[in-house]
Design a protein around this ligand. Sequence first.
Ligand SMILES: NC(=O)c1ccc[n+]([C@@H]2O[C@H](COP(=O)([O-])OP(=O)(O)OC[C@H]3O[C@@H](n4cnc5c(N)ncnc54)[C@H](OP(=O)(O)O)[C@@H]3O)[C@@H](O)[C@H]2O)c1
Length: 331
Amino acid sequence: MENKTGQTVLITGASSGIGYELARCFARDHYAIIMVAHYANKLRAAAEQLQQEFQHVNIHHIAADLSKDNAPEKVFAEVQRQGWQVDVLVNNAGFGEYGPFSESNLPKELAMIHLNVIALVHLTKLFLPEMLRRNSGKILQVGSVASFMPAPLQSVYGATKAFILSFSEALQEELKDTGVTVTVLCPPATDTNFFRVAGAENSKIAQGNLASAEEVAASGYETLMKGEARAVPTFKAKAEVAASNILPDSVMATAMHKQSEEVKPKRASRAKKETATNGASTPATETPTTPNATIPAIGTATRKKSNSQSTQTEPGTTETTAKASSRKKKA
Ligand SMILES: NC(=O)c1ccc[n+]([C@@H]2O[C@H](COP(=O)([O-])OP(=O)(O)OC[C@H]3O[C@@H](n4cnc5c(N)ncnc54)[C@H](OP(=O)(O)O)[C@@H]3O)[C@@H](O)[C@H]2O)c1
């Protein structure tokens, strides 16, 4: 298969939602794609679906639980072993946990910090030096509108996203005289598996107007390609970010708290939440029981036709199934 751009992108969290839609953007422009996510069956199904839509594109996939310490090293080692050159790194994998901090799920929050923060830093650390050696490369870090304000009822999640913005903006300054650019994508509430994984389906924010994963990805992709610093998709999100620049954090926190409250009575939704305790990064020894693991949704544009996708049964062992037979430098 040809790789017209000669360029390769590695996308974490590419098996559904925004990550999958980002993969479609790259595929349209003929990038070779390395898709990374936790659950191997879901990832394989997503890779096959993408391959069906873009038959001319080289698509590879590596299953890894990036909330585990050594997972970024394993992904990097696999990329090295295959001889692939990563020209674009997209750190998109992430999840949240909903509820008052005094009641929320600590193991899930610690795994979240590991995925949203530590894996993102670790992968950036591993892939940046080669980009600098070539004086060429692009990095997309997926933050959130929550990067700009406190997020009551998703307090840990909001803090991880604030970290991503701060880290990325510091890198932008450090790298400004190089050929490597860093872009932060700050999605607003978006129609993906995110709210189900976080246990926040009943929050006002999840039941309000959601952006589509497709429009969010398109905005991130366009901004990344221009080498610009920040993508804030949708007018509403831009207004929220603008408000956060003017209003005190305490006012933003109160507004966010209201938006995040549950629509349904607490008891009913809490009981429901307890049946879906852990999210995408349930400790890898457990069989995933979350909606994220059982709901077939991959991306906005593909959701309608994904009903046949299988239920996930296995957590991530690191594996690669290279669709293409080519084992060349440019994947
Ligand atoms: N949707 C929103 O409202 C929203 C708003 C702002 C920012 N974001 C950010 O957008 C990014 C993408 O989320 P999404 O909305 O597209 O949700 P999503 O549909 O649930 O996608 C999350 C992706 O991350 C992967 N992932 C989760 N845990 C992982 C782990 N431990 N190791 C490796 N991969 C893992 C998932 O793969 P598995 O299913 O295999 O675990 C999936 O591919 C996240 O960083 C999220 O914080 C989302």
